[in-house]
Design a protein around this ligand. Sequence first.
Ligand code: NIG
Ligand code: FE
Length: 387
Amino acid sequence: MSIVITNIGELVTNEPGLGEGPLGIVRDAALVLDGERVAWVGGAADAPAADGAHDAGGGAVLPGFVDSHAHLVFAGERAEEFAARMSGQPYKAGGIRTTVAKTRAASDDELRANVRRLVDEMARQGTTTVECKSGYGLNVEDEERAVRIAAEYADEVTFLGAHVVPAEYADDQQGYVRLVAGDMLAECAPHARWIDAFCERGAFDADQTREVLEAGIKAGLLPRVHANQLGEGPGVQLAVELDAASADHCTFLSDDDVSALAGSSTVATLLPGVEFSTRQPYPDARRLLDAGVTVALASDCNPGSCYSSSMPFCIAVAVRDMRMTPAEAVWAATAGGARALRRTDVGRLGVGARADVLALSAASHIHLAYRPGVPQVAAVWKRGRRV
Ligand code: NIG
Ligand code: FE
Protein backbone atom coordinates (compact mmCIF):
# COMPACT_ATOMS: atom_id res chain seq x y z
CA MET A 1 0.00 0.00 0.00
CA SER A 2 1.53 3.33 -1.05
CA ILE A 3 0.41 6.82 -0.17
CA VAL A 4 1.35 10.21 -1.57
CA ILE A 5 1.36 13.18 0.81
CA THR A 6 0.67 16.47 -0.97
CA ASN A 7 -0.04 20.13 -0.17
CA ILE A 8 2.95 20.22 2.20
CA GLY A 9 3.84 23.65 3.66
CA GLU A 10 7.49 22.65 4.02
CA LEU A 11 9.07 19.22 3.97
CA VAL A 12 11.85 18.75 6.52
CA THR A 13 13.97 15.85 5.23
CA ASN A 14 17.14 16.23 7.35
CA GLU A 15 18.92 15.46 4.08
CA PRO A 16 20.98 18.57 3.24
CA GLY A 17 21.48 17.19 -0.28
CA LEU A 18 17.74 17.27 -0.92
CA GLY A 19 16.85 20.79 0.17
CA GLU A 20 17.75 24.00 1.99
CA GLY A 21 19.98 24.19 5.05
CA PRO A 22 20.83 21.52 7.59
CA LEU A 23 17.16 20.46 7.76
CA GLY A 24 17.13 19.83 4.01
CA ILE A 25 13.86 21.71 3.62
CA VAL A 26 12.03 21.11 0.34
CA ARG A 27 9.26 23.55 -0.71
CA ASP A 28 6.27 22.58 -2.88
CA ALA A 29 7.16 19.01 -2.07
CA ALA A 30 5.38 15.68 -2.15
CA LEU A 31 6.35 12.54 -0.28
CA VAL A 32 5.49 8.95 -1.18
CA LEU A 33 5.43 6.19 1.42
CA ASP A 34 5.36 2.59 0.23
CA GLY A 35 4.88 -0.03 2.92
CA GLU A 36 7.37 0.67 5.71
CA ARG A 37 9.67 2.89 3.64
CA VAL A 38 9.90 6.31 2.03
CA ALA A 39 9.70 5.57 -1.69
CA TRP A 40 9.95 9.00 -3.28
CA VAL A 41 10.67 12.65 -2.32
CA GLY A 42 10.52 15.61 -4.68
CA GLY A 43 8.56 18.45 -6.20
CA ALA A 44 4.78 18.04 -6.05
CA ALA A 45 4.48 18.56 -9.80
CA ASP A 46 6.53 15.39 -10.45
CA ALA A 47 4.93 13.18 -7.82
CA PRO A 48 4.16 9.64 -9.00
CA ALA A 49 0.72 8.14 -8.47
CA ALA A 50 0.09 6.05 -5.35
CA ASP A 51 -2.66 3.83 -3.95
CA GLY A 52 -3.82 6.54 -1.56
CA ALA A 53 -3.36 10.26 -0.97
CA HIS A 54 -3.15 12.55 2.05
CA ASP A 55 -3.61 16.31 1.83
CA ALA A 56 -1.34 17.95 4.43
CA GLY A 57 -3.40 21.13 4.23
CA GLY A 58 -0.35 23.36 3.90
CA GLY A 59 1.16 22.06 7.14
CA ALA A 60 4.82 21.17 7.63
CA VAL A 61 5.87 17.53 7.29
CA LEU A 62 8.84 16.23 9.27
CA PRO A 63 10.49 12.95 10.22
CA GLY A 64 8.80 11.52 13.32
CA PHE A 65 10.59 12.38 16.56
CA VAL A 66 13.28 9.97 17.75
CA ASP A 67 13.06 9.85 21.55
CA SER A 68 16.38 8.27 22.46
CA HIS A 69 15.94 8.29 26.26
CA ALA A 70 12.93 7.10 28.25
CA HIS A 71 12.17 4.94 31.28
CA LEU A 72 8.71 3.47 30.65
CA VAL A 73 8.66 0.14 32.48
CA PHE A 74 7.40 1.20 35.89
CA ALA A 75 4.37 1.10 38.16
CA GLY A 76 2.98 3.91 40.30
CA GLU A 77 3.58 7.63 40.08
CA ARG A 78 5.38 10.20 42.26
CA ALA A 79 3.19 13.29 42.08
CA GLU A 80 3.74 14.11 45.77
CA GLU A 81 7.51 14.00 45.29
CA PHE A 82 7.09 16.48 42.42
CA ALA A 83 4.93 18.76 44.56
CA ALA A 84 7.50 18.61 47.38
CA ARG A 85 10.22 19.59 44.90
CA MET A 86 8.18 22.53 43.72
CA SER A 87 7.95 23.65 47.32
CA GLY A 88 11.72 23.59 47.67
CA GLN A 89 13.01 20.03 48.17
CA PRO A 90 15.91 19.00 45.90
CA TYR A 91 15.72 16.07 43.44
CA LYS A 92 17.54 13.01 44.80
CA ALA A 93 18.47 9.83 42.91
CA GLY A 94 17.12 7.87 45.90
CA GLY A 95 13.53 8.58 44.79
CA ILE A 96 14.06 5.85 42.20
CA ARG A 97 13.68 3.26 45.02
CA THR A 98 10.04 4.31 45.57
CA THR A 99 9.27 3.28 41.99
CA VAL A 100 11.32 0.09 42.35
CA ALA A 101 9.08 -1.15 45.19
CA LYS A 102 5.91 -0.50 43.16
CA THR A 103 7.37 -1.99 39.98
CA ARG A 104 8.42 -5.21 41.69
CA ALA A 105 4.90 -5.58 43.11
CA ALA A 106 3.18 -5.09 39.73
CA SER A 107 2.06 -7.89 37.41
CA ASP A 108 3.51 -8.31 33.92
CA ASP A 109 0.24 -7.12 32.43
CA GLU A 110 0.19 -3.97 34.58
CA LEU A 111 3.70 -3.12 33.39
CA ARG A 112 2.75 -3.90 29.78
CA ALA A 113 -0.28 -1.66 30.01
CA ASN A 114 1.83 1.22 31.31
CA VAL A 115 4.45 0.91 28.57
CA ARG A 116 1.75 0.64 25.89
CA ARG A 117 -0.07 3.68 27.27
CA LEU A 118 3.09 5.79 27.18
CA VAL A 119 4.27 4.61 23.76
CA ASP A 120 0.79 5.47 22.42
CA GLU A 121 0.91 8.86 24.18
CA MET A 122 4.29 9.48 22.52
CA ALA A 123 3.01 8.48 19.08
CA ARG A 124 0.09 10.90 19.34
CA GLN A 125 2.66 13.66 19.93
CA GLY A 126 4.75 12.70 16.92
CA THR A 127 7.31 10.30 18.41
CA THR A 128 7.86 7.34 16.10
CA THR A 129 11.07 5.86 17.52
CA VAL A 130 11.23 5.07 21.24
CA GLU A 131 14.16 3.95 23.35
CA CYS A 132 13.14 2.35 26.63
CA LYS A 133 15.29 1.46 29.62
CA SER A 134 14.89 -1.00 32.45
CA GLY A 135 16.07 0.18 35.88
CA TYR A 136 13.11 -0.13 38.23
CA GLY A 137 13.52 -3.87 38.85
CA LEU A 138 17.05 -3.97 40.25
CA ASN A 139 17.10 -7.73 40.79
CA VAL A 140 17.67 -10.43 38.20
CA GLU A 141 14.06 -11.43 37.80
CA ASP A 142 12.54 -7.94 37.64
CA GLU A 143 15.22 -6.49 35.38
CA GLU A 144 14.84 -9.43 32.96
CA ARG A 145 11.10 -8.85 33.00
CA ALA A 146 11.56 -5.12 32.33
CA VAL A 147 13.79 -5.54 29.26
CA ARG A 148 11.56 -8.32 27.94
CA ILE A 149 8.44 -6.15 28.22
CA ALA A 150 10.28 -3.09 26.85
CA ALA A 151 11.24 -5.14 23.77
CA GLU A 152 7.56 -5.79 23.04
CA TYR A 153 6.82 -2.08 22.52
CA ALA A 154 10.01 -0.05 22.06
CA ASP A 155 12.30 0.24 19.06
CA GLU A 156 15.45 0.23 21.20
CA VAL A 157 15.93 -1.47 24.55
CA THR A 158 18.51 -0.54 27.17
CA PHE A 159 19.54 -2.57 30.21
CA LEU A 160 19.91 -0.17 33.15
CA GLY A 161 20.45 -2.51 36.10
CA ALA A 162 22.96 0.12 37.31
CA HIS A 163 20.27 2.76 37.88
CA VAL A 164 20.70 2.96 41.64
CA VAL A 165 21.79 0.49 44.35
CA PRO A 166 18.61 -1.15 45.71
CA ALA A 167 17.89 -0.94 49.45
CA GLU A 168 18.78 -4.60 50.10
CA TYR A 169 22.34 -3.95 48.85
CA ALA A 170 22.80 -0.65 50.71
CA ASP A 171 25.64 -2.17 52.74
CA ASP A 172 27.15 -4.10 49.85
CA GLN A 173 27.41 -1.78 46.84
CA GLN A 174 30.19 -3.84 45.26
CA GLY A 175 28.08 -6.95 45.61
CA TYR A 176 25.34 -5.21 43.64
CA VAL A 177 27.76 -4.11 40.92
CA ARG A 178 28.97 -7.72 40.62
CA LEU A 179 25.36 -8.90 40.31
CA VAL A 180 24.57 -6.35 37.57
CA ALA A 181 27.75 -7.17 35.62
CA GLY A 182 27.23 -10.92 36.15
CA ASP A 183 23.94 -12.81 36.43
CA MET A 184 21.66 -9.83 35.76
CA LEU A 185 23.49 -8.90 32.56
CA ALA A 186 23.47 -12.53 31.40
CA GLU A 187 19.66 -12.68 31.73
CA CYS A 188 18.99 -9.22 30.27
CA ALA A 189 21.47 -9.02 27.37
CA PRO A 190 19.39 -11.21 25.00
CA HIS A 191 16.52 -8.66 25.12
CA ALA A 192 18.60 -5.47 24.85
CA ARG A 193 20.89 -3.66 22.41
CA TRP A 194 22.26 -1.12 24.91
CA ILE A 195 23.80 -0.99 28.36
CA ASP A 196 23.52 2.15 30.49
CA ALA A 197 24.59 3.22 33.99
CA PHE A 198 23.73 6.22 36.15
CA CYS A 199 27.19 7.64 36.87
CA GLU A 200 26.51 10.18 39.60
CA ARG A 201 27.08 10.87 43.27
CA GLY A 202 24.38 8.84 45.05
CA ALA A 203 24.32 6.25 42.25
CA PHE A 204 27.49 4.68 40.71
CA ASP A 205 31.05 6.02 40.72
CA ALA A 206 33.48 5.87 37.78
CA ASP A 207 34.96 2.45 38.64
CA GLN A 208 31.55 0.88 39.19
CA THR A 209 30.17 2.41 35.99
CA ARG A 210 33.19 1.18 34.03
CA GLU A 211 32.84 -2.34 35.44
CA VAL A 212 29.17 -2.53 34.39
CA LEU A 213 29.64 -0.98 30.95
CA GLU A 214 32.70 -3.08 30.11
CA ALA A 215 30.85 -6.25 31.09
CA GLY A 216 27.97 -5.14 28.85
CA ILE A 217 30.31 -4.49 25.94
CA LYS A 218 31.80 -7.97 26.40
CA ALA A 219 28.27 -9.38 26.28
CA GLY A 220 27.70 -7.65 22.93
CA LEU A 221 25.80 -4.56 24.14
CA LEU A 222 26.62 -0.99 23.16
CA PRO A 223 27.22 1.61 25.90
CA ARG A 224 25.38 4.84 26.74
CA VAL A 225 25.70 6.73 30.03
CA HIS A 226 23.61 8.88 32.37
CA ALA A 227 26.28 11.50 32.96
CA ASN A 228 26.74 14.83 34.73
CA GLN A 229 23.09 15.34 35.64
CA LEU A 230 23.38 16.53 39.23
CA GLY A 231 26.93 17.87 39.20
CA GLU A 232 30.25 17.67 37.40
CA GLY A 233 31.74 14.19 37.52
CA PRO A 234 33.47 11.46 35.55
CA GLY A 235 30.48 10.29 33.47
CA VAL A 236 31.10 12.22 30.27
CA GLN A 237 34.82 11.38 30.11
CA LEU A 238 34.02 7.73 30.67
CA ALA A 239 31.35 7.80 27.95
CA VAL A 240 33.86 9.22 25.47
CA GLU A 241 36.58 6.79 26.53
CA LEU A 242 34.27 3.81 25.95
CA ASP A 243 32.97 5.31 22.67
CA ALA A 244 29.45 5.41 24.08
CA ALA A 245 26.81 6.35 21.52
CA SER A 246 25.53 8.98 23.89
CA ALA A 247 26.19 10.81 27.16
CA ASP A 248 22.79 11.76 28.52
CA HIS A 249 21.89 14.81 30.65
CA CYS A 250 25.23 16.73 30.31
CA THR A 251 23.85 19.43 32.59
CA PHE A 252 27.09 20.21 34.46
CA LEU A 253 30.10 20.12 32.13
CA SER A 254 33.71 21.26 32.54
CA ASP A 255 35.59 22.69 29.56
CA ASP A 256 37.42 19.36 29.35
CA ASP A 257 34.12 17.51 29.13
CA VAL A 258 33.02 19.73 26.25
CA SER A 259 36.29 19.21 24.35
CA ALA A 260 36.18 15.47 24.97
CA LEU A 261 32.68 15.31 23.48
CA ALA A 262 33.70 17.51 20.55
CA GLY A 263 36.54 15.17 19.65
CA SER A 264 34.38 12.06 19.83
CA SER A 265 31.45 10.36 18.16
CA THR A 266 29.52 10.45 21.44
CA VAL A 267 26.31 12.46 21.17
CA ALA A 268 25.34 14.81 24.02
CA THR A 269 21.70 13.98 24.69
CA LEU A 270 20.02 16.84 26.51
CA LEU A 271 16.83 16.24 28.49
CA PRO A 272 15.27 19.65 29.20
CA GLY A 273 12.14 18.14 30.73
CA VAL A 274 14.30 17.00 33.64
CA GLU A 275 15.62 20.45 34.43
CA PHE A 276 12.10 21.82 34.06
CA SER A 277 10.66 19.22 36.46
CA THR A 278 13.50 19.32 38.97
CA ARG A 279 13.93 23.10 38.81
CA GLN A 280 17.59 22.78 37.94
CA PRO A 281 19.60 24.99 35.59
CA TYR A 282 19.27 23.92 31.94
CA PRO A 283 22.25 22.47 30.08
CA ASP A 284 23.91 24.96 27.75
CA ALA A 285 23.25 23.57 24.30
CA ARG A 286 24.86 26.57 22.59
CA ARG A 287 28.20 25.91 24.29
CA LEU A 288 28.10 22.32 23.01
CA LEU A 289 26.98 23.22 19.49
CA ASP A 290 29.59 25.97 19.18
CA ALA A 291 32.27 23.46 20.19
CA GLY A 292 31.12 21.09 17.43
CA VAL A 293 29.38 18.52 19.65
CA THR A 294 26.43 16.60 18.17
CA VAL A 295 23.38 17.33 20.32
CA ALA A 296 20.21 15.27 20.66
CA LEU A 297 17.04 16.12 22.56
CA ALA A 298 15.02 13.44 24.34
CA SER A 299 12.21 13.31 26.87
CA ASP A 300 13.65 11.10 29.67
CA CYS A 301 10.00 10.28 30.38
CA ASN A 302 9.95 8.64 33.83
CA PRO A 303 7.80 8.96 36.97
CA GLY A 304 10.49 10.82 38.96
CA SER A 305 12.67 13.45 37.33
CA CYS A 306 10.40 14.18 34.33
CA TYR A 307 6.94 12.77 33.74
CA SER A 308 6.50 14.27 30.28
CA SER A 309 6.70 12.32 27.02
CA SER A 310 6.39 15.42 24.85
CA MET A 311 9.12 16.09 22.31
CA PRO A 312 7.44 19.36 21.19
CA PHE A 313 7.76 20.51 24.80
CA CYS A 314 11.49 19.62 24.82
CA ILE A 315 11.97 21.57 21.58
CA ALA A 316 10.20 24.64 22.95
CA VAL A 317 12.24 24.67 26.16
CA ALA A 318 15.51 24.01 24.32
CA VAL A 319 14.86 27.00 22.08
CA ARG A 320 13.66 29.29 24.85
CA ASP A 321 16.16 28.40 27.56
CA MET A 322 19.09 26.48 26.07
CA ARG A 323 20.02 28.86 23.28
CA MET A 324 19.14 26.53 20.42
CA THR A 325 17.58 27.81 17.20
CA PRO A 326 14.28 26.20 16.21
CA ALA A 327 16.07 24.40 13.35
CA GLU A 328 18.78 23.06 15.69
CA ALA A 329 16.21 21.83 18.19
CA VAL A 330 14.09 20.11 15.54
CA TRP A 331 17.22 18.46 14.10
CA ALA A 332 18.27 17.34 17.61
CA ALA A 333 14.83 15.80 18.27
CA THR A 334 14.89 13.83 15.01
CA ALA A 335 18.28 13.27 13.33
CA GLY A 336 20.11 13.88 16.63
CA GLY A 337 18.10 11.16 18.35
CA ALA A 338 18.88 8.81 15.47
CA ARG A 339 22.61 9.52 15.87
CA ALA A 340 22.34 8.89 19.62
CA LEU A 341 20.89 5.47 18.78
CA ARG A 342 23.33 4.87 15.91
CA ARG A 343 20.42 4.52 13.52
CA THR A 344 20.52 5.65 9.90
CA ASP A 345 17.00 4.58 8.92
CA VAL A 346 15.06 7.01 11.14
CA GLY A 347 15.21 10.77 11.83
CA ARG A 348 15.30 11.59 8.12
CA LEU A 349 12.97 11.47 5.14
CA GLY A 350 15.11 10.36 2.23
CA VAL A 351 14.29 7.46 -0.10
CA GLY A 352 14.73 4.20 1.80
CA ALA A 353 14.24 5.73 5.25
CA ARG A 354 11.60 4.26 7.54
CA ALA A 355 8.18 5.73 6.76
CA ASP A 356 7.98 7.56 10.12
CA VAL A 357 6.31 10.85 9.37
CA LEU A 358 4.89 13.73 11.37
CA ALA A 359 2.47 16.15 9.69
CA LEU A 360 1.81 19.40 11.57
CA SER A 361 -1.22 21.63 11.40
CA ALA A 362 1.24 24.57 11.32
CA ALA A 363 3.13 25.71 8.25
CA SER A 364 6.70 25.37 9.53
CA HIS A 365 8.93 23.51 11.99
CA ILE A 366 9.47 26.87 13.75
CA HIS A 367 5.94 26.65 15.15
CA LEU A 368 6.99 23.76 17.41
CA ALA A 369 8.89 26.33 19.49
CA TYR A 370 6.87 29.38 18.51
CA ARG A 371 3.57 27.96 19.81
CA PRO A 372 4.61 26.13 23.00
CA GLY A 373 2.04 23.93 24.66
CA VAL A 374 -0.33 24.03 21.68
CA PRO A 375 -1.24 20.69 20.06
CA GLN A 376 -0.06 20.92 16.44
CA VAL A 377 0.21 17.27 15.41
CA ALA A 378 -2.18 16.68 12.51
CA ALA A 379 -1.16 13.14 11.46
CA VAL A 380 1.52 10.59 12.26
CA TRP A 381 2.71 7.51 10.34
CA LYS A 382 4.87 4.93 12.06
CA ARG A 383 6.44 2.38 9.68
CA GLY A 384 4.01 3.58 7.04
CA ARG A 385 0.90 2.99 9.15
CA ARG A 386 -1.22 5.92 10.24
CA VAL A 387 -1.21 6.19 14.05
O1 NIG B 1 17.24 9.96 33.89
N1 NIG B 1 18.87 10.01 36.44
C1 NIG B 1 18.48 8.87 36.64
N2 NIG B 1 17.37 8.33 36.19
C2 NIG B 1 16.23 9.05 35.77
C3 NIG B 1 15.34 9.43 36.90
C4 NIG B 1 14.62 8.28 37.43
C5 NIG B 1 13.69 8.56 38.57
O2 NIG B 1 13.82 9.58 39.29
O3 NIG B 1 12.82 7.69 38.77
C6 NIG B 1 16.68 10.23 34.94
O4 NIG B 1 16.49 11.38 35.30
FE1 FE C 1 17.15 8.82 32.40
